[in-house]
Design a binder for this molecule. Structure first.
Ligand SMILES: Cc1cc2nc3c(=O)[nH]c(=O)nc-3n(C[C@H](O)[C@H](O)[C@H](O)COP(=O)(O)O)c2cc1C
Length: 134
């Protein structure tokens, strides 16, 4: 299994309906492909963790990269894993405003090009500390 982390920018026209649509599709597909993870949305950004069988995660990531509802996707990390962080989540959602806005601001303050895996993992860890099961 692998875990893949990336972040991207939502398109300006992105709205709640678009998000609902993404979540519906994600939960349906991910439960079929054995993928779990979380999608963080806030401050015009997405951060997503995908974990599961290598080929399925990579195939899903390629579809996501191609999705016109977001842009400027940056791959942060791909690593082999033994255990999942999000076993029970076919795709959890965290709306990062207003509660966790400071975290998004922290990520934004790193230039996206230079955002490294440690900074990202740290912010994700802070998020997951606050997550309530979806
Ligand atoms: C930010 C973002 C996150 C997404 N996450 C997932 C995901 O976890 N799983 C998934 O199957 N599709 C996800 N999608 C949707 C894919 O880009 C694509 O639209 C979808 O997989 C197509 O599904 P289909 O092949 O069943 O039509 C995401 C899209 C965006 C913009």
């Amino acid at each position: 299994m692998i875990r893949l982390l990336y972040c991207s920018q939502a398109k300006p026209e992105f709205n709640d309906e678009t998000l609902d649509d993404i979540l519906l599709t994600s939960r349906k597909n991910n439960s079929a492909t054995g993928i779990t993870g979380v999608l963080v949305h806030g401050g015009g950004m997405f951060m997503q963790v995908l974990e599961g069988p290598e080929q399925n995660v990579l195939r899903t990531y390629v579809k996501i990269l191609d999705d016109k509802r977001h842009t400027d996707s940056r791959l942060i990390q791909i690593s082999p894993i033994k255990d999942r962080l999000f076993d029970n989540w076919t795709m959890g959602i965290v709306e990062a405003e207003p509660l966790t806005f400071e975290h998004v601001a922290k990520l934004r303050s790193h230039r996206l090009e230079t955002l490294n895996a440690d900074a990202f993992t740290q912010v994700m860890r802070e998020f997951t500390g606050m997550l309530v099961k979806a």
